[in-house]
Ligand binder design. Sequence first.
Ligand SMILES: Cc1cc2nc3c(=O)[nH]c(=O)nc-3n(C[C@H](O)[C@H](O)[C@H](O)COP(=O)(O)OP(=O)(O)OC[C@H]3O[C@@H](n4cnc5c(N)ncnc54)[C@H](O)[C@@H]3O)c2cc1C
Length: 382
Amino acid sequence: MKNPIGKIVIIGGGFAGLAAAECLSWQQHSHEVTLVDSRETSQFLPLLPDIVGHSLPPDIPGYPLKRAAQRWDFHFQHARVTSLDLLQKCVVTDKGNIPYDGLLIASGTETSFKACETWSKRPLSVDSVDDAVKLRDMAAKDESCHYIVCGGGYTGVELASNLRYFFRQRKSQNQVTIVEHGHHLCGALPRKQVDFIEKAVRQAGIEVKVDTTITELDQDHVRLADGTVISNARVIWAAGVCTAPFVNDLSFSKNRQGRLAVDSFLALDNGIFAAGDAGGFKAGNGELRMSVQFALTQGWHAADNILRYLAGHALRPYRPLDPGWVVPLANGRGCGTILGLEIYGRLPYVLHTLVCMARSVGLTNRLQLARHYWKQGFSGKQ
Ligand SMILES: Cc1cc2nc3c(=O)[nH]c(=O)nc-3n(C[C@H](O)[C@H](O)[C@H](O)COP(=O)(O)OP(=O)(O)OC[C@H]3O[C@@H](n4cnc5c(N)ncnc54)[C@H](O)[C@@H]3O)c2cc1C
């Protein structure tokens, strides 16, 4: 006989939300789980740069949330969360209210356009498969445009690398530049990896402009802080993220990017937890970086703590394990740190492809990805 313990609502069906839903489906409690997402498909964001560079078909990296709901026995509500009513304990959506006893906020982050509010034109961004397809199709049509990726973190570098690789293969005249306001690309990485990335990017024919930023974008002109004006420009903004507006409106304390400051149990308040990019878990002097690895383990952990909370048991602290990271480039090479060891060359790229296969949801997706990478010879080449 199962022990009834209440209604659990998960906001967001990305890595953290789906991990939590899967974990809850294994438990021997009779709880009712509702997952709310404004999208109908869970998206595999780390593969978006490969879609932009035409090396991956756009249908591979998604998993329908309706199918996930059947598989892991939860109710899927296709709706956008607009606010939380903490007094009435309900999630307010554009399709009605959903009451909860335990709540997980796993709504991730999105591109923040705050720095470009005064520009006459909004830059492009890559937050979803639709965005990636739009950019991919544009890149296929353009002949002599200047693609400027603003933000030289790993997302910006991967996007620029894939675009450049695509233009090279098509022998098109389009140029690619990365604009970064810091002194280096991927400045948070160890020095040797920064040097590797900067050398690889320049060798690929990508121009790098550091210590500057974009100050204005109009119809197709870009002005940089150092006075440079670039025409025929297509700007892709990869220079900052923010949380969903409903998270922004919550009175819980947050970090600079608006991520919710969770405690050591991933909790915010009685019965309310946050996992993945929406939450900021303190580690050392800062917070854990936004990554699939931490989103998954936090999703599992938060699900377990919600059940403990509802059953009146003590919560367990979250202890992150960091296996490392890789930065894959479109030429089938990359760099990274795995289990404390720095790696360079083909191995990081191959590891990236294997991890993407292992972490994609559903056997069909995994097999499709495996077939795709096999055809490419795990080389990044089409
Ligand atoms: C281009 C790109 C490349 C990346 N590459 C890597 C990589 O190589 N390795 C790595 O580890 N990480 C990478 N990341 C980061 C990684 O994808 C994130 O850390 C991870 O997706 C976080 O998972 P999440 O579940 O917290 O959020 P997400 O995966 O973003 O899921 C959030 C979900 O919440 C939903 N949602 C948001 N707001 C609402 C609302 N108001 N109402 C209802 N639903 C809502 C969204 O639709 C989405 O489905 C990359 C990210 C990007 C954008």
